[in-house]
Design a protein around this ligand. Structure first.
Ligand code: TNX
Length: 543
């Protein structure tokens, strides 16, 4: 018996030796233009193919290394890197900023002698590499035949975002890197890191150690018992500044910007538990132990709140080079402010009057956000806020994340503010993907299936042509109340993120969902190989 097994495996090893397969350019997101050169010979990639990089150029070396790793991952062929162009059997990159205005543009040309990626910047080369990678078969083989082709490709939107809430549940820095990897695979370029919320503060701030000592832990609660892995111990975790720097650098190498979110003035119970003097009542407070919205928020009448935030944002800005800092602004209840002598004093000194269109609480919220915006602008950055920051008067330079539908986004764009569309109706990935909820992991009750995500258009029909330029792009949001493990996170993300990636990158004028699903099935083979959970039922494959 042993001998039989041995000889069968020998036999299959031998057949594998001779195996070859064809690359397939029907990938996600679909490139803008693919022109097959059927009269020309294909490029044959095998172990003698080399990747050319520029001597003493770190970026070029890094890009070549990525490509070699991807090829090995998909087909098991190990490619050598070289600095000598031997003219044939070579893959090379050319950066020339005269090629296109779009920094993400690339041109991929494949003939029997070479594969050349030309781009305006390293980002474009990276996307060209992702295209090669996604065109590969996923099986161990001896050589791959790339049909001769010219691909011209660029994204339609500059903000292609994905968020992750790490407050409701905490995931390791290693998992955050794995998350970033799959964003890169689908050409997403913004990782919005929701680092703070009522249920946990997750970023080390040296000046305020209690934020992580107290604010990153919560005691036993009903919510943790949603996790099968729940062990009855206090729940918590945070990222050290060193880990954050590593993640930011890891993302940068993959042309992904990390935008941190420090959510204020609501969703701040973890701050109040750490520094009770920053609340209206003085506490005592406990880190959130239930989902939902809490009445206790940062006091808008207390100047030490703004000193605290200024200090926190000083450290945040030092860690994250992104142009934007997300300051939250969502779901801030006003009850405490209305009953707080300091807030009342503030309302009086600002001369805030009861207005029908803008209640006093909203005007005070607007004051709060303006003040935070000013503080962040002084540090050389711009703010993004959830659409509630439109209430009571919009901060002058703010970019709006429109989540309660697209109306807030339309309103902001019409007032010349930039907008990122993230409507809950289509882009909230914490909702079910399949109506067969009994066979899905427990989550919020709504249904946002793959087809619905794919149908989303970031440019609302009602928006005047002139104002459309303010729509920077879109984003899927991954809220984590019911995602106790990183496996749950992957499952909710995939394949739905891929659907948005195509909308934001290719922006197909006529979407063919069935065609998308067929391509998604092919790409899922790579997701499986890379060890990502993904909801196969979402595209009609039985688990
Ligand atoms: C609303 S979206 C929230 C989050 C929740 C989410 C659940 C937004 C700005 N706030 O705090 O996690 O709903 O879907």
């Amino acid at each position: 018996f042993l001998i039989t097994v041995f000889s069968i495996s020998l036999l299959s090893a031998c057949t594998n030796e001779n195996q070859s397969a064809k690359a397939d350019y029907s990938i996600i997101p679909l490139p803008q233009q693919v022109v097959l050169q059927s009269d020309k010979e294909p490029f044959i990639l095998d172990k003698s193919t080399k990747i050319l990089y520029l001597e003493n150029d770190n970026e070029s070396y890094q890009l070549a290394t990525f490509l070699a790793a991807y090829v090995k991952e998909c087909v098991g062929i190990e490619l050598q890197l070289t600095t000598k162009d031997e003219g044939e059997n070579i893959i090379k990159f050319q950066i020339d900023d005269a090629i296109d205005k779009n920094p993400d543009y690339y041109n991929l040309s494949i003939t029997n002698n070479h594969i050349i990626i030309q781009a305006t910047s390293g980002a474009g080369i990276f996307y060209g590499i992702q295209t090669l990678r996604k065109s590969l078969p996923v099986e161990n083989i001896n050589n791959v035949s790339f049909p001769a082709v010219v691909i011209k490709d660029y994204p339609k939107f500059s903000h292609r975002g994905v968020s992750l809430d790490v407050s409701r549940h905490f995931y390791s820095a290693d998992f955050i890197k794995k998350y970033i990897d799959v964003l890169a695979l689908f050409n997403m370029n913004v990782f919005h890191w929701h680092l703070t919320d009522d249920q946990g503060w997750r970023i080390e701030i040296k000046k305020y150690p209690n934020l992580t000592k107290i604010g990153s832990q919560r005691s036993e609660t009903a919510i943790d018992r949603h996790s099968e892995e729940y062990d009855g111990k206090p729940y918590g975790g945070f990222y050290t500044q060193e880990e954050i720097k590593e993640v930011v650098e890891y993302a940068r190498q993959r042309f992904i910007t990390v935008i941190p979110e420090i959510d204020v003035p609501g969703h701040t119970l973890a701050v109040l538990a750490s520094y009770p003097e920053l609340g209206c009542t003085g506490g005592p407070y406990q880190v959130g132990r239930d989902w939902g919205i809490y009445e206790d928020v940062l006091c808008a009448g207390n100047d030490s709140v703004f000193t605290f935030l200024d200090d926190v944002f000083t450290e945040v800005v030092a860690l994250f080079p992104a142009k934007y800092i997300h300051i939250g602004g969502d779901e801030c209840l006003k009850n405490r402010w209305m009953a707080c002598p300091k807030c009342q004093e503030r309302i009086k000194s600002l001369g805030i009057k009861v207005k029908k269109a803008a209640p006093v609480g909203e005007q005070l919220q607007s004051y709060f956000i303006h003040r935070v915006e000013e503080m962040i602008n002084k540090k050389g950055r711009s703010i993004i806020g959830w659409d509630e920051i439109l209430e009571g008067g919009i901060a002058p330079n703010a970019t709006i994340m429109s989540w309660r539908g697209t109306d807030g986004g339309i309103y902001a764009a019409n007032r010349d503010h930039d907008v990122i569309m993230t409507p809950e109706s289509h882009l909230y990935l914490d909702y079910y993907q399949s109506p067969d909820v009994d066979n899905e992991p427990y989550t919020f009750g709504w249904l946002t299936d793959l087809e619905k995500v794919y149908s989303f258009d970031p440019i609302p029909a009602e928006l005047e042509k002139d104002q459309q330029k303010h729509i920077l792009g879109g984003q899927v949001n991954v809220w984590a109340e019911y995602l106790p493990t990183s496996k749950n996170v992957e499952y909710m993300l995939l394949p739905r993120m891929a659907a948005l990636s195509e909308t934001l990158w290719s922006y197909p004028q006529e979407k063919d969902y069935n065609n998308f699903v067929a391509r998604m099935y092919r790409q899922s083979l790579l997701l499986d190989k890379l060890g990502y959970e993904n909801c196969k039922q979402a595209y009609g494959v039985q688990a």
